[in-house]
Design a protein around this ligand. Sequence first.
Ligand code: NAD
Ligand code: USQ
Length: 392
Amino acid sequence: MRILVLGGDGYLGWPTALRFSARGHEVGIVDNFLRRHYHVELGTDSLTPIRPLQERVRAWHEVSGRELQVFIGDITDYSFLEPVIRDFAPDAVIHYAEQPSAPYSMMDRAHAVFTQTNNVVGTLNLLFALRDHAPDCHLIKLGTMGEYGTPNIDIEEGFIEIHHNGRSDILPFPKQPGSFYHLSKVHDSHNIQFACRAWGLRCTDLNQGVVYGIETEETVQDERLITRFDYDECFRTALNRFCVQAVIGHPLTVYGKGGQTRGFLNIKDTLQCVELTANNPPAEGEYRVFNQFTEQFTVMQLAEVVAKAGTELGLRTEIRPIPDPRVEQEEHYYNAKHTKLIDLGLKPHYLSEELVESMLRVIQRYRDRVVMDRIVPRITWRPARAREEAIA
Ligand code: NAD
Ligand code: USQ
């Protein structure tokens, strides 16, 4: 297949590009280095020393003998994106190229507007480019489990059967997202579903849970192929962050009661899920949704696994809950279906103490790179007045 990875310089996009290239597909990467730019803006950096994209691509060629095509540009710029889609003529586009952080989107008005403009306009541009230049292409879009929020009923995979006043229909599952970032994904989902209905495009919306992990089969082949790994308050995910905190001796920052439950998956399973999806495309005009995670945990359970693994390695790890900077339920019902990818053959890598220990060992190699004053959260969901009242 000819596979275009939008956001191919990112945490998930880079290993995904390598995976498909290793399998013999023709792979193109699109990125505008926005992710690298956010870290310059915030004074943070990847724990792992990632190389410039061109150097990574050369290293992959040395290791594998395979070429990756690179397109540097912004997908919100249609004059850039349109010729890329037309000339590359992809069989599948894997779309990771969005601003992925909830806290970043909650910093202030400008960051909320930027997040929604970048994400919604980029996806809209892509839909038009596919309609006009690659209408049979399979769009594999990274959405998020956070689109659903935390309702007090079971979460279905995208759709729910509703009985109302004696009639019934299968309708999109209700969405109650918890940040302007998560909302951008809901807006994308609506636009994509409409484009499938109106223009006959085919799309899989992958509602992915929180990803953890550093290494994949391809990235371990050469240090220059390592993917980024973040631990700061903005661009981290919970488990990755707790692992870095354990290594540097910082108390694990469980927010609030720690009963927040989410779906989680190993980065290796992100690649497996995307590959299974690409190998099993939907029909023309079909919009389908897969819930992409392998296990549910509360945040406190994650912290406990990290604390245990840290103790095994002789680290002094302490869990110290801090007031939740977000507006979210700190204890709640959560039961989300996730059978469609299993039905396609997903073989999960489950979370274990051994796996966390192996992450801690990799992190120990780079511990001198940690920017210590970027651990404690400063971004809050509440407006300044509400914060002052809460403190009083
Ligand atoms: P990332 O920031 O590392 O990767 C996104 C990449 O897209 C970056 O390299 C960035 O430079 C690029 N990009 C952003 N906007 C662009 C634009 N307008 N034009 C061109 N390139 C652009 O993030 P990630 O963690 O790899 O996440 C990838 C995708 O998966 C995101 O859409 C995210 O919302 C989604 N997702 C991530 C997770 C997770 O836990 N990491 C979980 C669920 C969903
Ligand atoms: N949390 C803590 N302590 C921390 C960091 C986070 O308790 O130090 C809590 C948060 O309050 C939240 C939960 O852990 O309840 C998950 O937070 P997170 O930062 O790991 O993940 P989140 O902000 O939800 O976003 C991440 C990715 C995003 C993706 C989403 C999937 O950054 O791109 O969409 O996971 S999901 O959560 O399923 O929506």
